[in-house]
Write a protein of this length. Structure first.
Length: 261
């Protein structure tokens, strides 16, 4: 059915459609209305909303959205953020371009919601929450791009680390970015150590004593560590030991992981 003029209800439906806040059923039905009914009134409203959506983050709307539209936008933004955050908790070895897409989608949905509600004083607290989440997701997006770029670079050397002693079930993989002089260590099946202990990663040179690289603990038996490789060290191996909290300047505890370069 075609409409002769815009109403509050029609404007609300167009807003939900442009924001991607409709359910699948609602979206398909609205698309049918736009395409099959050829409703010029609704088409014009949707086109105008979509054309200005990219500017909403920088231009405050003249009025706050209706409670129904606001609720749908917040639900959509939080759902997108939740999906992206769950993916970002995966170890970087299992991340892929799908995570980048998910995080970007979350940023888009939340930016739209943020712009649509920021003129409403009653939602200042939610604005703050969305701003914080957007900042966190942007950091995760940059980190994911860095991991993917590193792992796919032809100048990255991959070194396997084997579990030692009581941690024989553990394993690790070291990504050595030789151009950027960085190590990315991913370790799994290493149980968390008590508060008075820590894992310590070592550069093991061909000659001389091991050099301290980083201290860390594991979460859910998994660890991810990034560390710069100093100049002047001809590294022959990498090792992880269990040391007193805060680490030591030379290895004193049992080995947990070790691998030759």
């Amino acid at each position: 059915m075609k409409h002769s003029h815009i109403t509050d209800d029609l404007q609300e439906q167009a807003s939900l459609y442009a924001a991607g806040a409709m359910t699948d059923t609602e979206r398909l039905e609205y698309q049918r209305h736009l395409e099959d009914d050829q409703c010029a009134v609704c088409q014009a409203e949707v086109h105008e909303l979509q054309a200005t959506a990219s500017m909403l983050a920088f231009t405050a709307p003249s009025a706050a959205p209706s409670p129904a539209v606001r609720g749908r936008l917040m639900e959509q933004a939080r759902s997108a953020a939740s999906r992206a955050e769950s993916r970002s908790s995966m170890p970087f070895l299992r991340r892929s371009w799908t995570e980048l897409i998910a995080v970007a989608a979350a940023l888009g949905a939340m930016a739209f919601a943020f712009a649509a509600i920021r003129s409403s004083s009653e939602l200042r607290q939610l604005n703050t929450e969305l701003t914080s989440r957007i900042a966190q997701l942007e950091v995760q997006l940059v980190r994911s791009r860095t991991y993917i770029s590193t792992m796919t670079s032809p100048e990255v050397r991959v070194v396997n680390l084997a579990g030692q002693g009581s941690n024989v079930q553990a394993s690790g993989r070291l990504f050595w970015d030789m151009k950027q002089k960085r190590w990315f260590l991913y370790a799994k099946d290493l149980p968390p150590v008590p508060a008075d202990k820590t894992y310590e990663l070592w550069f093991v040179p061909k000659t001389g004593n091991p050099v301290k690289a980083a201290v860390f603990n594991t979460e859910a038996n998994v660890a991810e560590v990034e560390v710069g490789v100093p100049e002047g060290i001809d590294v022959a191996a990498a090792a992880v030991t269990i040391e007193p909290a805060g680490g030591t300047d030379s290895p004193t505890g049992p080995f947990a992981l070790m691998g030759a370069m």
